[in-house]
Design a binder for this molecule. Sequence first.
Ligand code: AMP
Ligand code: ZN
Length: 491
Amino acid sequence: MPLFKTQTLKIYNSLSGEKEVFTPIHEGNVGMYVCGPTVYSNVHLGNVRTFMSFDVIFRYLKHLGYKVRYVRNITDVGHIVDDVDEGEDKIAKKARVEQLEPMEIVQRYTVDFHHILKEFNFLSPSIEPTATGHIIEQIEIVKKIIDNGIGYEANGSVYFDVVKFNETNHYGKLSGRNIEDMLANTRDLDGQSDKRNSQDFALWKKAEPQHIMRWPSPWSEGFPGWHLECTAMSTKYLGNHFDIHGGGMDLKFPHHECEIAQNEACTGQTPVNYWMHANMLTLNGKKMAKSTGNNILPGEILSGENDILSKAFSPSVTRFFMLQAHYRSILDFSDDAIVAAEKGHNRLMEAMQGLLEIEAGAASTLDIETWKKACYDAMNDDFNSPILIAHLFEGVRYINLLKDNSATLSAADLKVFTATMQAFVFDVLGLLEKENENQNGKLEGVVNMLIGMRNEARANKDFAMSDQIRDQLITLGIQLKDGKEGTSFSL
Ligand code: AMP
Ligand code: ZN
């Protein structure tokens, strides 16, 4: 029997502001859509946190035995600088600055994104659609919204009439806003805009002559609005009504509010049962962001090459650091905090190795069933990973008791205990097995040994030998860097 039949999972739904029992539309199946990155620059650690929150949610749903269709898109057109309608497309701008084709920019940063996800042990989504691959679907949605009287064309662009929509529906229900306040708090249109109201948003934008990203449509050669992409891609693969839609907290308004409005205006039904929003990673108390430069790149964590870092940290330690916070809490990054996380991580991983050496006793002196239930209860309570981790440390205490024979487990209980620890540590939290991490440690040790031999060769003026060591390491992709503090290397 699949686990989901015996577990009651509760999810905090941003739409109701409450934790609700999760009941999928089709029993045993879950459809989940998460807004993906806009691929105009490298993802920073903040982006990684949001995607990691949903990676663990995906992992736990799968662990419960659900068949999950997880769709996470790539935004490769339509996301305007500053998230407003007037301005330059983020990807087109980067292409202009770097003198590349927009699709070269998209390719470069999509590859970077995938590389980072692999390093940090993410599971791949089931479908990863791109916005540019779904222009036809987007045009069809715009046509329907116009037919339903909620969209209007002006000078080749098409806008969503928020005021009209709000006569029959509630624009602002996700973000807790109301249209009157929104209109009162924004500047009047100065006659320059094609919009009827300042809160209206673009469904389709006519491309300026110099704009390279353009597609034919009934209204103009142009490009789709950012919000429209997610509506098109989520409903294409998950249907007009699906279970979970997620993204970072900062996407709630306007992005997700507009998605709801588009769906309701197009199909008459609300698209999503459970809206989930992951909280931000901050640095120095401020949101990590690409635009302000207040960020750390994932690669810098792995190499230690950032002034705020005292050393390099492994992907698994970084994961552990992030999952020690609940996904709906703000998490502030600091060197001290990740150093502390590393200690906890290593203690857990050492215990996981020790677990394999424990032998069963005649009877159990520990209550494994109660402990196991506490682990599930934590994750069933809106994916509470920090509470789960606390229970896993209780498991570490058990391991230590078992190792020094202060406690014993029957063969059956030991099997349950081992399987539960492994399932939560590796499958659900996605931490990497010590062996994998050790490989890096061993490699580091060997390279440092070679650096020592090279230093000795140089001291003996045996430059042929020292050059040979350096060059052979280069052919293996390992670059030595000589600095004031000695020689370091990058892999
Ligand atoms: P973007 O590429 O800007 O569309 O962002 C991709 C995802 O990262 C979105 O879900 C954002 O909400 C999320 N995000 C952006 N900044 C942060 C941050 N500092 N902490 C956590 N998530 C973030
Ligand atoms: Zn989206």
